[in-house]
Design a protein around this ligand. Structure first.
Ligand SMILES: Nc1nc2c(ncn2[C@@H]2O[C@H](COP(=O)(O)OP(=O)(O)OP(=O)(O)O)[C@@H](O)[C@H]2O)c(=O)[nH]1
Ligand SMILES: [Mg+2]
Length: 298
């Protein structure tokens, strides 16, 4: 162990859509978790590693806390619970511009943990002091160690947040090498990039029923040729399939083009992305489909 090296794990919790994944990406300095304006974007526990000269913090981004209505939802809530095991700190996050009763329940539930907890009030770029001050006043009633107003999107308050967390980290080893920013395999990141573009382009109930399965990745590493990727995009109904494909295939083409851009940057190679839309009724309740899509506990 390097002398005076500090390290530890920090879980990020909160209601869907408050900005947990945006915060983790900002802290890690790379996009490791997908982000969208749709609730329940994150479905698994995602690791993001922030490494500095003298410290390393391993962040665990989690699915938004909600009442599960499907087996996928149950898997997501289990992922939140598992992220809390053996962490050194917990960040409980709220959206300053949209505080709901459920947020206060979450704060109440997680402010009494046996590890240091910070309440992170995000999206302060969307509110002025007349909203923020009374909110912070209200939150000061909870017995946590820090209250941190931030804007994960604009980057404000993040230095203070980092300093606070670093001061809580015990002496410890460098758990992961300098160049490792996440534990997700490339195949999973590619599937997530496709799902993100689907979430960003689709509305209403369609996004919740989207799942992406990577079928094959060919020619990777052969710089002279494009990488060919085949992926299935699952949805739950024929009507959703029509929306997902769009008029003359326009929607699917747009999703594919946006995802291809991200995947090319990730792989540093030209990509030929082939998406196949599949209707899988009720897949979010079907164990086999959940397994295919990687939504099962190891
Ligand atoms: N204005 C503003 N928007 C933000 C900020 N942080 C996140 N957002 C936006 O809020 C939306 C949700 O962000 P995510 O990071 O996906 O939220 P999440 O908490 O991870 O959501 P789930 O994975 O669904 O639980 C996205 O549209 C973000 O761009 C912020 O500081 N300010
Ligand atoms: Mg998220």
């Amino acid at each position: 162990m390097q002398k005076n090296f500090h390290s530890g794990f920090a879980a990020i919790l909160g209601r869907p859509n408050v900005g947990k994944s945006t915060l983790m990406n900002a802290l890690v300095g790379e996009k490791v978790a997908i982000v969208s304006p749709r609730a329940q974007t994150t479905r698994s526990r995602i690791m993001g590693v922030m490494t500095q000269e003298d410290a390393q913090i391993v962040f665990l981004d989690t699915p938004g806390i909600h009442t599960p209505r499907t087996r996928l939802g149950e898997y997501m809530i289990k992922a939140v619970r598992s992220a809390l095991e053996d962490v050194d700190a917990v960040l409980v996050m709220l959206d300053a511009s949209d505080v709901r009763a459920q947020d206060m329940e979450i704060v109440e539930k997680y402010s009494h943990l046996p590890v240091p907890v910070a309440i992170v009030v995000n999206k302060i770029d969307l509110v002025d002091a007349s909203v923020l001050a009374p909110l912070l006043q209200k939150l000061s009633a909870y017995p946590v160690k820090a209250w941190l107003p931030v804007s994960a999107r604009k980057g404000s308050g993040l230095d203070e947040l980092k300093e606070t967390l670093l001061s809580w980290m015990p002496e410890g080893p460098k758990y992961f090498p300098d160049d490792m920013v996440t534990d997700q395999p490339e195949r999973v990141i590619i599937a997530e990039m496709v799902r993100e573009k689907a979430l960003r382009n689709l509305r209403d109930e369609v996004p919740h029923g989207i799942g992406v399965e990577i079928l094959s990745i060919e020619n990777q590493g052969d710089e002279k040729r494009a990488v060919t990727i085949h992926a299935n995009v699952y949805c739950e109904k024929e009507s959703h399939k029509r929306i997902l494909i769009g008029k003359q295939g326009e929607m699917l083409r747009r999703i594919g083009e946006q995802a291809r851009g991200d995947i090319e940057k990730l792989l540093g190679q030209k990509v030929n992305l082939q998406l196949w839309v599949k209707v899988r009724p009720d897949w979010r309740n079907r164990q086999e489909d959940l397994k295919t899509l990687g939504y099962t506990q190891e």
